[in-house]
Design a protein around this ligand. Structure first.
Ligand code: NIG
Ligand code: FE
Length: 413
């Protein structure tokens, strides 16, 4: 089925001298001279012109990349990968004319995934998420964010986050977990949303944090989800525990969430179709990344474009992600999102590629270790069967990966 072995540690080491590389530079151009990367003990030990590989490395094994284009390992910085069931029925409802909000109000939407997630065992969730993750890994993803938010109780949010940690271990992929307890109101709290936020802040977050399951905290701040005030309470609780925050912001309406998130130094604001000029200025000042999610935009047949030109003019870093989730973005190809970010949102190819590497890493606080190839960093890079970088955005429905080096191992190919 795939080339994956069950145990990541059985994959061959990538240690050695990788030659015949055409390295993609950060400016989006390909380095003119053939490149080489030396990997030792899973880390990039040397990087430069193939002609200049120091003699001290001469005894190391050689890997000939035969002219492959090389990029950093991809980073998918916004996913809801762990959940029970699927929601193709809602797809059909929307085809019949229902909107996302109408589906949610009719008892479908996030809450229907909550039911299925609560019913699933941890092992069942692991198996279904692993099958999805394999698709992303095969395309070169080396780091991924996985949110909770389909459990909506301590027990079931814990189950989701534990699965995320297990996936990291099993596949040797860097996983950043995000606690999204404030994703939707669980049915047992109907009409009592402030009480639910009390539970999120007072019990769920501290407990999950104490168990080492929370790398960041997110909230769905929207008129069909949680208010600005409720979002701020969750942010305050996170800040008190020293946990960074991010936000599902301004997806369906301008709530001013970006300004609030900026006040808490958010890593990122995500979706942001309705982001205002004030929101952009606040994000710029706070150093928050704008995470663009063309899969959700496309699935919802949204027509309100995120303010790309203004983000670009302000110099806010833009990331691109799958937003993989069963409701609004059942996407399992980050390269397809690159294509859509260019076609739908008019990103340039270098912007879109930075969006799934350096800027995506920044959206996870991983900018020091992921999203680029550099000496001293874990070896995460992808060899592509393409002539030029634009092909990574141009093709869709194909997977031009020759080989993926993930955490110092030849993980794919
Ligand atoms: O990112 N916006 C909220 N959360 C998801 C949708 C989740 C769902 O519909 O299950 C999103 O689009
Ligand atoms: Fe999302």
């Amino acid at each position: 089925m795939t080339t994956h072995l069950s145990n990541f540690l059985d994959r061959p080491s990538a240690d050695g001298i990788w030659t015949g590389l055409r390295l993609l530079r950060e400016d989006g151009n390909v380095q003119a001279t053939p490149g080489a990367i030396v990997v030792r003990q899973g880390l990039v030990e040397w990087l430069g012109d193939a002609a200049g590989v120091p003699a001290s490395f001469i005894a190391l094994p050689r890997h000939d990349a035969r002219g492959a284009l090389v990029t950093p390992g991809l980073v998918d910085c916004h996913t809801h990968l762990v959940y029970g069931g699927q929601r193709a029925n809602e797809f059909a409802m929307r085809l019949a004319g229902a909107s996302y909000e109408e589906v949610a109000r009719a008892g479908g939407g996030i809450v229907s995934s909550v039911r299925a997630t609560r019913e699933a065992s941890e092992d069942e969730l692991f198996e279904s998420a692993a099958a999805r993750l394999r698709n992303l890994l095969a395309e070169g993803v080396c780091a991924i964010e996985i949110k909770s938010g389909y459990g909506l109780s301590l027990e079931h949010e814990r189950k989701q986050l534990r699965v995320a940690r297990r996936l990291a271990e099993h596949f040797g992929v860097t996983v950043r977990t995000t606690f999204l307890g404030a994703h939707a109101l669980p049915p047992e709290y109907a009409g009592r949303s402030d009480d639910y936020i009390d539970l999120v802040c007072g019990q769920m977050l501290p407990a999950l944090h104490a168990e080492g399951l929370v790398d960041a905290v997110d909230v769905f701040c929207e008129r069909i989800a949680f208010s600005l005030e409720q979002t701020e309470r969750v942010f305050r609780a996170s800040q008190a525990l020293g946990i960074p925050v991010k936000l599902h912001a301004e997806q369906l309406s301008d709530m001013g969430g970006a300004q609030l998130a900026a006040r808490y130094g958010a890593l990122s604001c995500d979706h942001i179709e309705h982001l205002s000029a004030d929101g952009i200025a606040a994000m710029k000042a706070a150093g928050s990344v704008a995470v663009l999610l063309p899969g959700a935009y496309y699935t919802l047949r949204d027509t309100h474009l995120p303010p790309i030109e203004a983000l670009r003019a302000a110099g806010v870093p833009m990331a691109v992600s799958t937003d993989h989730n069963p409701g609004t973005s059942p996407a399992l190809s980050l390269l397809l999102m690159v294509n859509m970010a260019c076609t739908l949102f008019r990103l340039t190819v270098p912007e879109a590629l930075a969006g799934v590497t350096a800027h995506a890493a920044r959206a996870l606080g991983l900018q020091d270790t992921h999203g680029r190839i550099d000496v001293g960093l874990p070896a995460n890079f992808v060899l592509w069967n393409v002539q030029e970088p634009a092909e990574l955005a141009y093709w869709f429905g194909q997977r031009p990966v020759r080989c993926v080096v993930r955490q110092g191992r030849i993980a794919e190919g």
